[in-house]
Write a protein that binds this ligand. Structure first.
Ligand SMILES: *Cc1c(COP(=O)(O)O)cnc(C)c1O
Length: 413
């Protein structure tokens, strides 16, 4: 398949940022040496205030709460920009390598080597997965093919839909097809939903070199690096924004699905060492208990920490550096299912749409916004400020994208 000339010229422009722009995010030592293929714009994704959600003090004892949004949904020129592109930046060098190392399926860590760069990307997700669209769009810009496996059984969005037929072909499913990915919809109980290895073997037998990217790219060995780098980007933006109070984002609210977004951020902020920030990972599915997600996030954080420099001689190792105490996951707003909207979550979407003109996605960021609004109403954040004598608390809401799924939720208004 030929590389799309328009997109490849666009990408090569992105991959040759001016000297000035390249130096914007400064990474320390070993981290700066890790190969990264630019997919995002060569400037940080914007951070802007959310004035209507911010809280001005009602009395001298009440700190001001300044709320900002980081627009990861505006981070890349490629289709449906979202948090997966940031992770994929660190995976592309392996995809294009003449000896890919991390291409295998996690259930079958095979020693079978690919005898050259990948020719086709294979990945998986729920029916309305944002991740699969980002992998498919990336594949096109690299001149590769893509197969996306979408499972009917993952989450409850399909089951809860008023119009299942439409859910199965609109939103991200339509975009995957438009991009030219081969979409395979898997029925509940289909063995390929658990183990894609037979599909990978078939592709090998037909002469392809398939590269497997697990759901959300979190189990991929390099999946945590993108958000470790994002932590440095946020630190740099904190300085530029001249924040009140501590001068930092005291709280960062971000969705936690497959886990490496939160894990990567934890690792990056530890390495940055410019003071504590509470990263609150907001869960969006009741399927697995919080401890399951916490274990995963901790392992992704430690894995990324080791890769970016915590296992060097002059630093403590990753295990000592990142503890379970660092992992803060909010599970009160998961609702009845992954991809299922409850009344309060829909209301949070409406507030963001009508007061800030910001469209959230129905699966992740809507639940994050709901959780954040709840935290602001609770006394915890006020208490945090009073204990530190701060008149201002700064909160960052990370918008991780996903709005394209809304097309499949036509009843949400
Ligand atoms: C995948 C995704 C997330 C979750 O990120 P993880 O790294 O899988 O935890 C959050 N928001 C959106 C819109 C996503 O597509």
């Amino acid at each position: 398949m030929a590389q799309n000339p328009y997109l490849s010229s666009q990408l090569s422009r992105i991959s040759r940022p001016s000297e000035q722009l390249r130096s914007i995010v400064r990474l320390p030592g070993p981290f700066a040496e890790l190969p990264r293929h630019p997919i995002l714009y060569n400037h940080p994704s914007p951070i802007h205030p959310l004035p209507s959600l911010s809280v001005n003090p009602q009395s001298p004892n009440h700190p001001r709460i300044n709320i900002y949004a980081k627009r990861e949904d505006h981070g890349s020129p490629l289709a449906c920009a979202g948090n997966k592109y940031r992770k994929l930046e660190y995976i592309v060098p392996d995809i294009l390598s003449s000896t890919p190392t991390y291409h295998y399926h996690e259930h079958h860590p095979t020693t079978l080597k690919l005898d050259g760069p990948a020719t086709i990307l294979v990945t998986e997700g729920a029916i309305q997965s944002n991740h699969t669209v980002q992998v498919a769009a990336l594949a096109r810009t690299l001149g590769l093919k893509a197969i996306v496996l979408l499972s009917r059984g993952t989450g409850g969005g399909l089951r809860a839909s008023q119009n299942r037929d439409s859910f199965l072909r609109s939103g991200n499913v339509q975009i995957n097809r438009l991009i030219g990915a081969e979409v395979r919809i898997l029925n509940e109980g289909d063995p390929a939903a658990i183990d894609a290895n037979p599909i990978l073997e078939e592709l090998r037998a037909s002469g392809e070199r398939p590269y497997w990217i697990p759901g959300g790219a979190s189990l991929h060995a390099l999946g945590g690096l993108g958000y470790a780098r994002a932590a440095f980007e946020i630190e740099m933006q904190e300085l530029e924004l001249n924040l009140e109070g501590s001068g930092r984002f005291d709280y960062i609210f971000v969705a936690c699905g497959s886990g490496s977004t939160v894990g990567g951020l934890l690792a990056g902020f530890k390495l940055g060492e410019t003071g504590p920030r509470q990263v609150i990972g907001v869960l969006n599915s009741p399927t697995k208990p919080r401890s399951y997600h916490a274990d995963r996030v901790l392992s992704f954080a430690r894995r990324a920490a080791a890769q970016i420099g915590f296992d060097g001689n002059d630093r403590p190792n990753a295990e000592q550096t990142i503890a379970m105490d660092d992992v803060r996951l909010e599970d009160r707003f998961v609702g009845t299912g992954y991809g299922v909207l409850d009344v309060e979550t829909t209301e949070a979407m409406r507030i963001m749409a009508q007061s800030e003109s910001i469209i959230l996605d129905p699966v992740y960021t809507a639940k994050v916004a709901r959780a954040m609004m709840h935290w602001v109403r609770e006394d915890k954040i006020q208490e945090f400020a009073r204990q530190r004598g701060l008149e201002d608390v700064n909160i960052l809401f990370i918008h991780t994208g996903g709005q394209a799924a809304l097309g499949a939720y036509a009843d949400v208004i």
